[in-house]
Design a protein around this ligand. Structure first.
Ligand code: NAD
Length: 289
Protein backbone atom coordinates (compact mmCIF):
# COMPACT_ATOMS: atom_id res chain seq x y z
CA UNK A 1 0.00 0.00 0.00
CA UNK A 2 1.12 3.51 -0.75
CA UNK A 3 1.81 5.88 2.12
CA UNK A 4 -0.88 8.54 2.05
CA UNK A 5 0.56 12.05 2.46
CA UNK A 6 -1.26 15.37 2.69
CA UNK A 7 0.73 18.60 2.37
CA UNK A 8 -0.49 22.17 2.90
CA UNK A 9 0.71 25.19 0.91
CA UNK A 10 1.71 23.40 -2.30
CA UNK A 11 1.28 26.18 -4.86
CA UNK A 12 4.92 27.25 -4.43
CA UNK A 13 8.14 26.82 -2.52
CA UNK A 14 8.88 23.99 -0.12
CA UNK A 15 5.36 22.51 -0.30
CA UNK A 16 5.46 22.37 -4.09
CA UNK A 17 8.92 20.75 -4.19
CA UNK A 18 8.00 18.19 -1.57
CA UNK A 19 4.77 17.29 -3.37
CA UNK A 20 6.64 16.89 -6.66
CA UNK A 21 9.38 14.73 -5.11
CA UNK A 22 6.99 12.41 -3.30
CA UNK A 23 4.57 12.12 -6.22
CA UNK A 24 7.50 11.34 -8.58
CA UNK A 25 9.02 8.73 -6.30
CA UNK A 26 10.46 6.02 -8.56
CA UNK A 27 9.10 3.29 -6.29
CA UNK A 28 5.68 4.97 -6.23
CA UNK A 29 5.77 4.77 -2.46
CA UNK A 30 3.44 7.71 -1.88
CA UNK A 31 -0.03 8.92 -2.71
CA UNK A 32 0.22 12.67 -2.35
CA UNK A 33 -2.64 15.03 -1.64
CA UNK A 34 -1.11 18.38 -2.52
CA UNK A 35 -3.37 21.06 -1.09
CA UNK A 36 -3.44 24.76 -1.79
CA UNK A 37 -5.60 27.71 -0.85
CA UNK A 38 -6.18 28.77 -4.42
CA UNK A 39 -6.59 26.03 -7.03
CA UNK A 40 -6.04 28.58 -9.78
CA UNK A 41 -2.37 28.30 -8.84
CA UNK A 42 -2.10 24.58 -9.55
CA UNK A 43 -0.47 24.99 -12.99
CA UNK A 44 3.03 25.33 -11.59
CA UNK A 45 2.72 22.07 -9.70
CA UNK A 46 1.19 20.32 -12.70
CA UNK A 47 4.00 21.56 -14.91
CA UNK A 48 6.59 20.25 -12.46
CA UNK A 49 5.09 16.75 -12.42
CA UNK A 50 4.45 16.92 -16.17
CA UNK A 51 1.06 15.30 -15.82
CA UNK A 52 2.71 11.90 -15.36
CA UNK A 53 1.47 11.07 -11.92
CA UNK A 54 -2.25 10.56 -12.00
CA UNK A 55 -2.02 7.61 -9.60
CA UNK A 56 0.30 9.30 -7.11
CA UNK A 57 -0.95 12.90 -7.02
CA UNK A 58 -4.22 14.60 -6.28
CA UNK A 59 -4.58 18.34 -5.86
CA UNK A 60 -7.14 19.62 -3.36
CA UNK A 61 -8.31 23.04 -2.29
CA UNK A 62 -7.52 23.79 1.33
CA UNK A 63 -7.24 27.10 3.14
CA UNK A 64 -5.73 26.40 6.54
CA UNK A 65 -7.60 29.36 8.04
CA UNK A 66 -10.94 27.90 6.99
CA UNK A 67 -12.01 24.93 9.10
CA UNK A 68 -14.67 23.83 6.62
CA UNK A 69 -12.17 23.76 3.78
CA UNK A 70 -9.85 21.58 5.90
CA UNK A 71 -12.70 19.17 6.64
CA UNK A 72 -13.75 19.11 2.99
CA UNK A 73 -10.19 18.25 1.92
CA UNK A 74 -10.01 15.55 4.58
CA UNK A 75 -13.23 14.01 3.29
CA UNK A 76 -11.79 13.83 -0.21
CA UNK A 77 -8.93 11.57 0.81
CA UNK A 78 -10.19 8.39 -0.85
CA UNK A 79 -8.06 6.04 1.26
CA UNK A 80 -9.86 7.40 4.34
CA UNK A 81 -6.58 7.40 6.21
CA UNK A 82 -3.49 9.55 6.41
CA UNK A 83 0.00 8.23 7.09
CA UNK A 84 1.86 11.52 6.87
CA UNK A 85 0.53 15.03 7.44
CA UNK A 86 2.81 17.89 6.40
CA UNK A 87 1.86 21.31 7.79
CA UNK A 88 3.83 23.68 5.65
CA UNK A 89 1.62 26.65 4.73
CA UNK A 90 2.93 29.89 6.17
CA UNK A 91 3.31 33.59 5.52
CA UNK A 92 5.78 36.25 6.62
CA UNK A 93 5.42 39.79 7.91
CA UNK A 94 8.36 42.16 8.07
CA UNK A 95 8.83 45.76 9.11
CA UNK A 96 8.78 48.07 12.15
CA UNK A 97 6.20 46.78 14.62
CA UNK A 98 4.57 50.21 14.94
CA UNK A 99 3.44 49.93 11.33
CA UNK A 100 1.74 46.54 11.50
CA UNK A 101 -2.05 46.74 11.33
CA UNK A 102 -4.14 44.48 13.54
CA UNK A 103 -5.43 42.84 10.38
CA UNK A 104 -2.02 41.90 9.05
CA UNK A 105 -0.85 40.66 12.46
CA UNK A 106 -4.01 38.61 12.88
CA UNK A 107 -3.60 37.19 9.38
CA UNK A 108 -0.05 35.92 10.10
CA UNK A 109 -1.09 34.32 13.37
CA UNK A 110 -4.17 32.79 11.77
CA UNK A 111 -2.25 31.14 8.96
CA UNK A 112 0.94 30.18 10.76
CA UNK A 113 -0.24 29.08 14.16
CA UNK A 114 -4.00 28.58 14.17
CA UNK A 115 -3.88 27.20 10.63
CA UNK A 116 -1.28 24.62 11.60
CA UNK A 117 -3.09 23.63 14.79
CA UNK A 118 -6.47 23.45 13.05
CA UNK A 119 -5.06 21.23 10.35
CA UNK A 120 -3.56 18.84 12.88
CA UNK A 121 -6.83 18.86 14.87
CA UNK A 122 -8.80 17.75 11.83
CA UNK A 123 -6.63 14.67 11.17
CA UNK A 124 -5.85 13.72 14.75
CA UNK A 125 -8.80 11.40 15.47
CA UNK A 126 -8.08 9.18 12.43
CA UNK A 127 -4.36 9.12 13.09
CA UNK A 128 -4.92 8.18 16.72
CA UNK A 129 -7.36 5.45 15.70
CA UNK A 130 -4.77 4.01 13.28
CA UNK A 131 -2.12 4.06 16.03
CA UNK A 132 0.48 5.20 13.58
CA UNK A 133 1.45 8.26 11.64
CA UNK A 134 3.80 11.15 11.10
CA UNK A 135 3.16 14.83 11.52
CA UNK A 136 5.83 16.96 9.89
CA UNK A 137 5.83 20.71 10.30
CA UNK A 138 7.93 23.24 8.42
CA UNK A 139 9.61 25.08 11.27
CA UNK A 140 11.96 28.00 11.17
CA UNK A 141 15.10 29.13 12.94
CA UNK A 142 12.87 32.15 13.61
CA UNK A 143 10.94 29.83 15.89
CA UNK A 144 14.14 29.27 17.85
CA UNK A 145 15.56 32.75 18.27
CA UNK A 146 14.20 36.25 17.80
CA UNK A 147 14.82 38.41 14.76
CA UNK A 148 14.23 42.17 14.78
CA UNK A 149 11.50 43.47 12.45
CA UNK A 150 9.96 39.97 12.44
CA UNK A 151 8.30 40.06 15.85
CA UNK A 152 4.91 38.70 14.85
CA UNK A 153 6.31 36.11 12.46
CA UNK A 154 8.74 34.94 15.15
CA UNK A 155 5.91 34.83 17.67
CA UNK A 156 3.96 32.56 15.31
CA UNK A 157 6.94 30.26 14.73
CA UNK A 158 7.83 30.11 18.44
CA UNK A 159 4.20 29.17 19.05
CA UNK A 160 4.54 26.31 16.56
CA UNK A 161 7.44 24.95 18.63
CA UNK A 162 5.29 24.89 21.76
CA UNK A 163 2.30 23.34 20.06
CA UNK A 164 4.38 20.64 18.38
CA UNK A 165 6.43 19.81 21.47
CA UNK A 166 3.26 19.45 23.53
CA UNK A 167 1.70 17.18 20.92
CA UNK A 168 4.88 15.14 20.51
CA UNK A 169 4.77 14.17 24.18
CA UNK A 170 1.17 13.00 24.00
CA UNK A 171 1.29 11.37 20.59
CA UNK A 172 4.17 9.05 21.55
CA UNK A 173 1.42 7.06 23.23
CA UNK A 174 -0.26 6.62 19.85
CA UNK A 175 2.84 5.76 17.83
CA UNK A 176 2.53 9.10 16.04
CA UNK A 177 5.81 10.96 15.48
CA UNK A 178 5.86 14.74 15.36
CA UNK A 179 8.88 16.36 13.68
CA UNK A 180 9.84 19.93 13.00
CA UNK A 181 11.96 20.59 9.93
CA UNK A 182 13.79 23.74 11.03
CA UNK A 183 14.72 25.83 8.01
CA UNK A 184 17.01 28.82 7.75
CA UNK A 185 16.65 30.96 4.62
CA UNK A 186 15.28 29.05 1.64
CA UNK A 187 15.03 30.23 -1.97
CA UNK A 188 11.26 30.38 -2.46
CA UNK A 189 8.59 32.99 -3.13
CA UNK A 190 8.41 33.55 0.62
CA UNK A 191 10.01 37.03 0.56
CA UNK A 192 7.82 38.06 -2.36
CA UNK A 193 4.64 36.62 -0.87
CA UNK A 194 5.08 38.20 2.56
CA UNK A 195 3.75 41.54 3.71
CA UNK A 196 6.79 43.74 3.94
CA UNK A 197 7.50 47.42 4.61
CA UNK A 198 9.59 48.54 1.62
CA UNK A 199 12.18 51.29 1.91
CA UNK A 200 10.78 54.38 0.26
CA UNK A 201 7.23 53.49 1.30
CA UNK A 202 5.50 56.57 2.64
CA UNK A 203 4.35 54.52 5.63
CA UNK A 204 7.95 54.39 6.87
CA UNK A 205 7.77 58.15 7.37
CA UNK A 206 5.52 57.44 10.34
CA UNK A 207 8.38 55.81 12.25
CA UNK A 208 11.36 57.53 13.87
CA UNK A 209 14.47 57.90 11.73
CA UNK A 210 16.61 55.72 14.00
CA UNK A 211 14.26 52.77 13.50
CA UNK A 212 14.24 53.37 9.75
CA UNK A 213 18.03 53.35 9.57
CA UNK A 214 18.18 50.15 11.66
CA UNK A 215 15.56 48.64 9.37
CA UNK A 216 17.74 49.55 6.41
CA UNK A 217 20.62 47.64 8.00
CA UNK A 218 18.35 44.72 8.67
CA UNK A 219 17.24 44.63 5.03
CA UNK A 220 20.88 44.66 3.88
CA UNK A 221 21.56 41.78 6.21
CA UNK A 222 18.53 39.93 4.93
CA UNK A 223 19.59 40.41 1.29
CA UNK A 224 23.08 39.16 1.92
CA UNK A 225 21.87 36.15 3.91
CA UNK A 226 19.50 35.16 1.12
CA UNK A 227 22.24 35.68 -1.48
CA UNK A 228 24.95 33.80 0.38
CA UNK A 229 23.32 31.22 2.58
CA UNK A 230 19.84 30.42 1.30
CA UNK A 231 19.18 26.75 0.64
CA UNK A 232 17.26 25.39 -2.33
CA UNK A 233 13.96 23.67 -1.78
CA UNK A 234 15.55 20.38 -2.92
CA UNK A 235 17.88 20.54 0.11
CA UNK A 236 14.88 20.98 2.38
CA UNK A 237 13.01 18.14 0.68
CA UNK A 238 15.95 15.80 1.40
CA UNK A 239 15.59 16.52 5.10
CA UNK A 240 11.84 15.88 4.93
CA UNK A 241 12.66 12.55 3.26
CA UNK A 242 15.13 11.68 6.04
CA UNK A 243 12.38 12.26 8.58
CA UNK A 244 9.82 10.34 6.52
CA UNK A 245 12.12 7.36 5.95
CA UNK A 246 13.55 7.13 9.45
CA UNK A 247 12.02 4.32 11.52
CA UNK A 248 12.26 6.54 14.59
CA UNK A 249 12.33 10.17 13.53
CA UNK A 250 13.63 12.80 15.94
CA UNK A 251 11.61 15.81 17.03
CA UNK A 252 13.85 18.40 15.33
CA UNK A 253 15.75 18.35 12.06
CA UNK A 254 18.04 21.26 11.17
CA UNK A 255 18.18 21.65 7.41
CA UNK A 256 21.62 23.24 7.29
CA UNK A 257 23.35 20.64 9.43
CA UNK A 258 23.83 21.15 13.12
CA UNK A 259 22.14 23.30 15.72
CA UNK A 260 22.42 26.95 14.62
CA UNK A 261 25.04 28.83 16.71
CA UNK A 262 22.51 31.26 18.17
CA UNK A 263 20.27 28.41 19.27
CA UNK A 264 23.32 26.81 20.85
CA UNK A 265 23.99 30.07 22.70
CA UNK A 266 20.49 30.03 24.13
CA UNK A 267 21.17 26.61 25.59
CA UNK A 268 24.65 27.30 26.96
CA UNK A 269 23.86 30.85 28.17
CA UNK A 270 20.27 30.53 29.35
CA UNK A 271 20.00 34.09 30.73
CA UNK A 272 19.63 35.17 27.09
CA UNK A 273 21.83 38.26 27.02
CA UNK A 274 24.60 36.71 24.91
CA UNK A 275 22.16 35.52 22.29
CA UNK A 276 20.60 38.97 22.04
CA UNK A 277 24.01 40.68 21.85
CA UNK A 278 25.21 38.22 19.21
CA UNK A 279 22.09 38.69 17.10
CA UNK A 280 22.35 42.46 17.37
CA UNK A 281 25.95 42.33 16.22
CA UNK A 282 25.08 40.11 13.26
CA UNK A 283 22.18 42.27 12.09
CA UNK A 284 23.18 45.82 12.92
CA UNK A 285 26.96 45.88 12.59
CA UNK A 286 26.79 45.82 8.79
CA UNK A 287 29.73 47.70 7.30
CA UNK A 288 28.59 50.94 5.66
CA UNK A 289 29.13 50.73 1.91
P1 NAD B 1 6.06 30.19 -0.16
O1 NAD B 1 5.48 31.54 0.04
O2 NAD B 1 6.56 29.81 -1.50
O3 NAD B 1 5.05 29.05 0.31
C1 NAD B 1 4.09 29.23 1.31
C2 NAD B 1 2.82 28.57 0.84
O4 NAD B 1 1.80 28.70 1.85
C3 NAD B 1 2.29 29.24 -0.43
O5 NAD B 1 2.02 28.24 -1.37
C4 NAD B 1 1.03 29.93 0.04
O6 NAD B 1 0.04 30.02 -0.95
C5 NAD B 1 0.61 29.01 1.18
N1 NAD B 1 -0.40 29.63 2.04
C6 NAD B 1 -0.41 30.88 2.56
N2 NAD B 1 -1.56 31.08 3.24
C7 NAD B 1 -2.26 29.93 3.17
C8 NAD B 1 -3.52 29.50 3.66
N3 NAD B 1 -4.31 30.33 4.38
N4 NAD B 1 -3.93 28.24 3.40
C9 NAD B 1 -3.17 27.39 2.68
N5 NAD B 1 -1.98 27.75 2.15
C10 NAD B 1 -1.54 29.00 2.40
O7 NAD B 1 7.25 30.08 0.90
P2 NAD B 1 8.00 28.80 1.52
O8 NAD B 1 9.34 29.30 1.86
O9 NAD B 1 7.87 27.62 0.68
O10 NAD B 1 7.18 28.62 2.88
C11 NAD B 1 6.78 27.35 3.36
C12 NAD B 1 6.98 27.32 4.86
O11 NAD B 1 8.36 27.43 5.14
C13 NAD B 1 6.28 28.45 5.63
O12 NAD B 1 5.66 27.92 6.78
C14 NAD B 1 7.45 29.35 6.03
O13 NAD B 1 7.17 30.05 7.21
C15 NAD B 1 8.55 28.32 6.22
N6 NAD B 1 9.91 28.85 6.16
C16 NAD B 1 10.37 29.49 5.05
C17 NAD B 1 11.67 30.00 5.04
C18 NAD B 1 12.23 30.72 3.84
O14 NAD B 1 13.26 31.38 3.97
N7 NAD B 1 11.64 30.62 2.68
C19 NAD B 1 12.49 29.85 6.17
C20 NAD B 1 11.99 29.17 7.27
C21 NAD B 1 10.69 28.68 7.26
Amino acid sequence: DKKVVLITGCSSGIGLSLAVRLASDPEKTFKVYATMRNLAKKERLLECVKGLHKDTLDILQMDVTDRQSILDARDRVVEKRLDILVCNAGVGLMGPLELQSSDSMRQILEVNILGTIQTIQAFLPEMKAQSQGRILVTGSTEGLHGLPFNEVYCASKFAIEGACESLAVLLQNFNIHVSLIECGPVNTDFLVNMQKAELGNTSLQQVDTKTVSLYEKYLQHCDSVFQNAAQDTEDIVKVFLDAIQSPSPTFRYFTSGGVPPLTQLKITEPDGSQCIRAMSKIIFSVEEQ
